[in-house]
Design a protein around this ligand. Structure first.
Ligand code: ADP
Ligand code: MG
Length: 230
């Protein structure tokens, strides 16, 4: 197991235009996450947490600073190279499980696997294995409307893992869930971080959930400050 960070943000600045001025969404943000490490980010609404994930996921290029994924500064890559890197190295779980209404759980995962050019048989076996791992062994044939909110979020997490990512980015996975289901999702994220040795970043509004993380940092007005380290 490598101990080099899989994800490393250094001095990241990001501004959004706002009327005649700008909003400082990220201000000198540093963050480093190693394989098997679960990093929690807490902080109030509007503080820049989702912006941090957007930059880490290569979806937004920061105005300055570097974003290293597997030792490569992705801010220097072309759009096409960043899209390839997202497919190969990143698993992204957005706040809303944006599942396709007409597909069952296993098919949601297969779409992502096929984008990566896997054979249908291998992909199906891995998809079923992942659904089992996230506690949905009995739900492979169910479509989103037949699943609970927590189950949909589990499909979302399994889908993010189908490409065997090095880095897993998760934005407020418990926002739409009650406390007990939210806690179960947090335990699942801890488990998949350990099992797949991903470098995981999880944004949560509930500081209590950060207890399962290896490190916690707080975002305020675009500035990230470490709260605790393992
Ligand atoms: P959080 O996820 O912590 O709620 P965000 O990263 O979504 O915070 O937002 C940080 C700040 O940037 C907020 O002031 C928000 O209004 C602003 N913001 C977010 N996205 C955009 C955008 N696409 N354009 C302009 N401002 C944005
Ligand atoms: Mg957000």
């Amino acid at each position: 197991m490598s101990n080099a960070p899989s994800l490393a943000l250094n001095g990241v600045h990001l501004e959004y235009p706002d009327g005649t001025g700008t909003i400082n969404a990220l201000d000198s943000v540093d963050l480093s996450v190693r394989p098997g490490q679960l990093a929690a980010i807490v902080g109030p609404s509007g503080s820049g947490k989702s912006s941090l994930l957007a930059v880490a996921s290569t979806l937004i290029r920061p105005d300055s600073g570097s974003v290293g994924i597997g030792g490569v500064d992705v801010t220097r890559l072309s759009e096409r190279a960043r899209a390839a890197l997202r497919r190969e190295k990143l698993g992204i779980v957005f706040q809303q499980p944006n599942l396709l209404a007409s597909l069952n759980a296993v098919e949601q995962l297969l779409i992502s696997a096929q984008l990566r050019g896997e054979s249908a048989k291998t992909a199906r076996q891995r998809a079923i294995g992942l659904l089992d791992l996230v506690g949905l062994a009995d739900c492979a044939g169910k479509r989103p409307h037949q699943l609970s909110g927590g189950q949909r979020q589990r499909v979302n997490i399994a889908r993010a893992l189908i490409g065997a990512p090095d880095v897993l980015l998760v934005d407020e996975p418990t926002a739409a869930l009650d406390h007990e289901r939210g806690a179960a999702i947090m335990r699942l994220l801890r488990k998949v971080t350990d099992e797949f040795q991903v470098a995981a970043v999880m944004v949560t509004h509930d500081i209590e959930f950060a207890a399962l993380a290896d490190s916690t940092a707080e975002m305020r007005d675009g500035r990230l400050t470490a709260l605790a380290a393992a």
